[in-house]
Design a protein. Sequence first.
Length: 192
Amino acid sequence: MKDKIDYADLIQLTISGNKEAYGELYDKTIQEVYKTAHFLIEDKTDVDDVVQEIYIQLYESLRKYDSEKPFRPWLIGLAIKQIHSYRRKRWMRLRIVKKAEEQRKPVQIDFSNDIVSKISNQKLIELIHKLPYKLKQVIILRYLHDYSQEEVAHILHIPIGTVKSRIHAALKKLRQKEQVEDIFLGEVGNVK
């Protein structure tokens, strides 16, 4: 996915304290940030809080943004870092409390407003949610957000070879679980 919007003016206005510009920046990016958090956070009751933290971090980090690079991948990278932080904190909390419940009820997913129009198969969504976190990350960034493998590598700060191997491993697991064929964005069998 390429930046379709020139964010430079909004970023500069936000840095100079213009709240309307920050609101517009939020409006233009919230859907992508929200669906990233929604897919990567298991406890859906925490998604709104994490998204709020992402936008607080965005506001505090805008001065560090390199305007020579695309904004959206930078923002999603920032979101991934916040999600990692959330996961670490949650893991520590659960470890201290000794996680009372081992088996969760199946997650009921509501994609109202066509938030994820590319993934129409509920069974596939459930399979993606069952993938290990690192595999789920690359699948969401590559296929849900349409980032190139190079962009995924940049966002996650990992080598391109790692991205390719994780995509391959994730697709293999998806195929094994339900022998999913050609229902995942038309690219399941075509790992690029």
